[in-house]
Design a protein around this ligand. Sequence first.
Ligand SMILES: NC(=O)c1ccc[n+]([C@@H]2O[C@H](COP(=O)([O-])OP(=O)(O)OC[C@H]3O[C@@H](n4cnc5c(N)ncnc54)[C@H](OP(=O)(O)O)[C@@H]3O)[C@@H](O)[C@H]2O)c1
Length: 250
Amino acid sequence: MTSLSGKNAIVTGGTRGIGLAIARGFLEAGATVTICGRKPENVQNALDALADYKDRLLGISAHVGKSEDLEKLISASEDRFGAINVLVNNAGTNPYYGPIVDSEDAAWDKTMEVNLRGPYQLSKLVARKMLSSGGGSIVNISSIAGLTASPLQGIYSVSKAGLIMLTKVMARELGRQGIRVNCICPGVIKTKLSEALWADPQAEKQAAAMKALGRVGTTDELIGAAVYFASDASSFTTGAVLTVDGGMVL
Ligand SMILES: NC(=O)c1ccc[n+]([C@@H]2O[C@H](COP(=O)([O-])OP(=O)(O)OC[C@H]3O[C@@H](n4cnc5c(N)ncnc54)[C@H](OP(=O)(O)O)[C@@H]3O)[C@@H](O)[C@H]2O)c1
């Protein structure tokens, strides 16, 4: 049931970290996959890392905050692999760490553009395609910061809470037309984005202490949840919010 054979997926931010792991997991499960990131060198590095699957893989430089890039991403995936069955809105950013009262408007705009407006726009464009091709699955990568008011990550928290509600609203609107929309909330996974929380051994110890499993996570530990939501194994699940956080938000 977790086979993705015959399914065509887009994974935004698939050039490193969680997105790269999800792209690899999808390829191993049999899907065709289009990944994107802003920087061409990151796209090339990911293509090199996944070279074993090169016949079922496409890499595009695209910024999820730019409408024209989103159109380009969709067209490239369709032209190469056909109708899109799965979209993973994974690209994310967290440019500001500090109290809301000290923040600049630009930090708000940047965070919302990438973490919320990008998924909104891309989901809308892809869902329109899915409506005419018989349905599909959209998976949003939110965060446990979207469930709790994370200290010094207020703007990021607001953007990720918005993504959770976007998941629920679109799940309700699109369910009868065969489009499922679900959401994963990771918590402290070792990537570039979360470096401040684990690069220093003392910081990692603190992060680990907050988790029932007593450790932070690895990118591969997101694959199971993403494959589940992308595949027919989750055929009766929509609007769900799944924490993959080692037991932190309990
Ligand atoms: N790591 C964690 O502990 C954690 C916890 C909770 C939630 N998350 C969420 O998980 C998702 C993935 O994060 P990560 O930790 O894997 O981060 P990461 O290692 O920094 O990777 C981010 C990826 O997104 C791409 N990206 C960034 N901005 C983009 C944009 N505007 N347009 C297109 N692509 C963009 C990056 O490539 P370029 O730089 O080349 O654009 C890269 O491929 C994010 O949504 C993040 O909020 C992570």
